[in-house]
Design a protein around this ligand. Structure first.
Ligand SMILES: Cc1ncc(C[n+]2csc(CCOP(=O)(O)OP(=O)(O)O)c2C)c(N)n1
Ligand code: SF4
Length: 316
């Protein structure tokens, strides 16, 4: 085997997975990051699970199906953008009262989680509703045509933040939703992840599943080749570069104790990430500098949170 090729045994991951729960073909774009995240999340949750979702790309893999029914082998329900956590919480409470211990997982995009449906999510988090909530962050409202969301990064092109004479992409700084969620008192476990670091992602799903006394919130960077204007086979590479440039820090918080679970050995400049996508191709040197500044500030915020618990993260 060539020296520069590293491989890892898949056993530590596979032994934690239940059977494949997707039953038919799904309606997502080729190379979609959401699809892989959903597939593995459900295999960790297992058959004793109910899925709740809201409008966006994820229902294409969950509730809507491509023929006459659901694509799933477990119960699922499509909610509105504005009532996903309350519905899921109500079902969890009802089942608990009946003595049934069922995993309840909500799966939705950043537009639902951080913008349109943020108030009910924040309310459920503050009350400590015992549900698992997984936000698939593709950094825009993709399903309706790549509109900007609160999570879209500064200067990024979207169809509502065009690049031309009048505009230079999104002018505002983004909302950092995973930290906002982790700081809710009723969130017992919060974590960020990408499917590139699958073992880390699977371990975090296991921890989320084991929470019995509050909300478990997972924030997954779901690379979107279509909306990010990148080749269909690039999502793994983009997920890796997002971590290697500190664009998407990988951490977890257990009852308010933060720690990084992955940190790059050598941090790459942000251009390694931005130059791989059409949504940033208009960047001037000044815009790159301003983008790098946004990344540095966010990383420093997380360093501050994690500073009491450093030393046991894995170098990537
Ligand atoms: C209250 C409300 N506003 C707008 C819509 C239209 N709508 C359907 S899907 C969607 C985009 C959802 O974006 P996001 O949550 O980021 O998920 P993604 O499509 O990116 O996976 C919108 C705006 C809606 N269904 N309900
Ligand atoms: S638009 Fe993006 S997130 Fe939606 S299905 Fe296509 S690749 Fe996936």
């Amino acid at each position: 085997m060539p020296k520069n090729l590293k491989y890892k045994l898949a056993t530590p991951i596979l032994e934690k997975l239940d059977d494949e729960l997707q039953t038919r073909g799904i309606g997502m774009c080729p190379g979609c990051g959401e699809e892989l995240a959903i597939r593995y999340a459900l295999r960790v949750m297992g058959k004793n699970t109910m899925v709740f979702t809201a409008p966006g790309c994820s229902p294409s893999a969950l509730a809507a199906g491509t023929d006459k029914g659901s694509t799933l082998g477990i119960p699922s329900m499509g909610c509105y953008m504005t009532n996903l956590p309350p519905i899921a919480s109500g079902v969890k409470r009802y089942l608990k009262r009946k003595g049934q211990d069922v995993n309840i997982i909500c799966i939705a995009g950043d537009g639902v989680s951080g913008d349109v449906g943020f108030q009910p999510l924040s309310g459920a988090a503050e009350r400590g509703e015992n549900i698992i909530y997984m936000c698939l962050d593709n950094e825009a409202y993709m399903n309706t045509g790549i509109q900007r969301s609160g999570s879209t990064p500064r200067h990024s092109w979207t169809t509502t933040t065009p690049v031309g004479i009048a505009g230079r992409g999104k002018p505002q700084l983004p909302k950092y939703l995973p930290l906002l969620m982790a700081l809710h008192g009723g969130v017992s476990y919060a974590a960020t992840a990408t499917p590139y670091y699958m073992e880390d992602f699977v371990n975090k799903l296991m921890k989320a599943k084991s929470v019995t006394d509050g909300m478990a919130y997972l924030h997954v960077l779901a690379a979107c080749p279509t909306g990010w204007r990148a080749p269909a086979d690039s999502f793994m590479q983009l997920s890796k570069l997002a971590v290697e440039t500190n664009y998407f820090p990988i951490w977890e918080s257990s009852y308010g104790q933060f720690r990084f679970t992955k940190t790059p050995k050598k941090v790459k400049p942000i251009t390694a990430f931005t130059s791989a996508m059409g949504r940033f191709k208009h960047f001037t040197d000044e815009e790159i500098e301003s983008f790098q500044d946004m990344v540095d500030v966010r990383y420093e915020q997380m360093q501050l949170q994690c500073s009491r618990h450093t030393g046991n993260e894995e170098k990537t």
